[in-house]
Ligand binder design. Sequence first.
Ligand SMILES: *[C@@H]1O[C@H](CO)[C@@H](O)[C@H](O)[C@H]1NC(C)=O
Ligand SMILES: *[C@@H]1O[C@H](CO)[C@@H](O)[C@H](O)[C@H]1NC(C)=O
Ligand SMILES: *[C@@H]1O[C@H](CO)[C@@H](O)[C@H](O)[C@H]1NC(C)=O
Length: 324
Amino acid sequence: MLLLYLASLALLLPGSDDAHVVQERISFHLIQISSFANQSWAKHQGSGWLDEMQIHGWESELGTIIFLHTWSKGNFRNKEFAFLELLFREYFIGLTQQIQTHASQYHFEYPFEIQANAGCELHSPESPEGFFQAAFEGSDFLSFQNISWVPAPEGGSRAQKICDLLNRYEGIKEIVYNLTRNTCPRFLLGLLDAGKRELQRKVRPEAWLSSRPTVESGQLLLVCHVSGFYPKPIWVMWMRGEQEQVGTKQDDILPNADGTWYLRVLLEVATEEASGLSCRVRHSCLGGRDMILYWGHHTSVNLILLAVIVPVILLIIPVLGRKM
Ligand SMILES: *[C@@H]1O[C@H](CO)[C@@H](O)[C@H](O)[C@H]1NC(C)=O
Ligand SMILES: *[C@@H]1O[C@H](CO)[C@@H](O)[C@H](O)[C@H]1NC(C)=O
Ligand SMILES: *[C@@H]1O[C@H](CO)[C@@H](O)[C@H](O)[C@H]1NC(C)=O
């Protein structure tokens, strides 16, 4: 197990030893979103995620897993998926029945939403960690710790009562333990191997700069856009020479439709101080050579374009003139 883990991680993260761009842990998790509209109506959505990449969906009418990638099955056989599908179907049916039966007793007022996040994380080879967390109406409600259900402080006495109830079912606890501590890490290692071509792919970032005036006059918001990169770890900073600019603000890293990533990094400066600034991008695909974009240089790109376009137009005009 230990060797397999190390091998998988080494395969997954070739040469990414730069302190800024290391990813130390990886997880597989299932996300459940259940909406209860009233006493007789409930809907469950399910999905499977390798870190932040969705690789499974859930067809709730048929109660079957949707495999979004060729490698989404990892090294599990169809027999194992059939067993898991059966388990999930029974879970959703049982959950709906239990909640609808006990909603008034526990003061769950319709409509409400329940979310769960369950899976495992490999961050140190000796101890893959399993987790199961549930939320009620968007705030933490309970979780599975070691081998029992533990209420979240936000869940109050209601979460305490439900945990007391759940903790009486040894069989369910054993299943949850097995799924998160045993099945999940086994599945995750298989996934890392089956999906390694996609997971190890390297796509260089593209970057460009833009700016806009801010509400405060005389100030300029400089934006460094970095897009299309994979894997996700990246470091982007506004610089003046070798000096990192402390006012640099980073947005969340957002997904592109093709599975690569997009990031905006912002800096607000006085208009007259903008020249001499640059945006510096460090990513494992760049082979140790940072990408540097100098503010103001895009105007020279425009000049180059102009230098190309003008002669072309000059060539075209006489041709058109002859035709007319
Ligand atoms: C329950 O909610 C569903 C979905 O919003 C709605 O279509 C249905 O009419 C509701 N039923 C009752 C009995 O209120
Ligand atoms: C987890 O449960 C086992 C068995 O009941 C127990 O020996 C161990 O101390 C528990 N660990 C924690 C951190 O609660
Ligand atoms: C949990 O896993 C252990 C070992 O793999 C197995 O003996 C046990 O039957 C499993 N329990 C459940 C409830 O699946």
